[in-house]
Design a protein around this ligand. Structure first.
Ligand code: ZN
Length: 139
């Protein structure tokens, strides 16, 4: 479900920013009520309840830990609420992952998997990316 027309082959854009929160409803009064961002239904993923808000052609994804021991739950236990990851949509996910591996960047997912938007995604290891969790997605 693209939020905006494909900006063109080769154009990398911010697909979404993932925010770890205790409750996905917590920011709705601000995001929808004040900022006017419509909510977007998303699939739960990785033991987290996920609600998206469309901000132009990007999403803000609120990630609420539901299952103990899963990545968002562990993140919340260790660091509390915060900016969890940023996701870039790339024109050719497989080629980009190959370039990452060739550059010595550790890819967490051995193979791309389906993310909350139903698109193929893969995460890069923060040890390889200045401590920032980065997700790459197909358009
Ligand atoms: Zn994500």
């Amino acid at each position: 479900m693209p939020l905006a027309p494909d900006p063109g082959a080769g154009t990398t854009r911010i697909a979404h920013v993932g925010l770890a929160v205790q409750h996905v409803e917590a920011l709705q009064p601000l995001l929808t009520g004040i900022l006017g961002l419509p909510s977007v239904p998303l699939a739960d993923s990785d033991g987290a309840k996920i609600v998206g808000y469309a901000a132009g052609d990007s999403l803000v994804e609120l990630l609420e830990p539901v299952t103990p021991g899963t990545p968002i739950a562990k993140y919340m236990e260790k660091r509390g609420a915060g900016i969890h990851h940023i996701c870039f949509a790339v024109a050719d996910l497989d080629a980009t992952l190959t370039k990452c591996r060739d550059a010595g960047i550790q890819v967490i997912d051995p193979e791309p998997r389906l993310g909350a938007e139903g698109k193929r995604v893969a995460f890069l290891h923060p040890k390889s990316t200045a401590g920032i969790l980065i997700e790459l997605s197909e358009y």
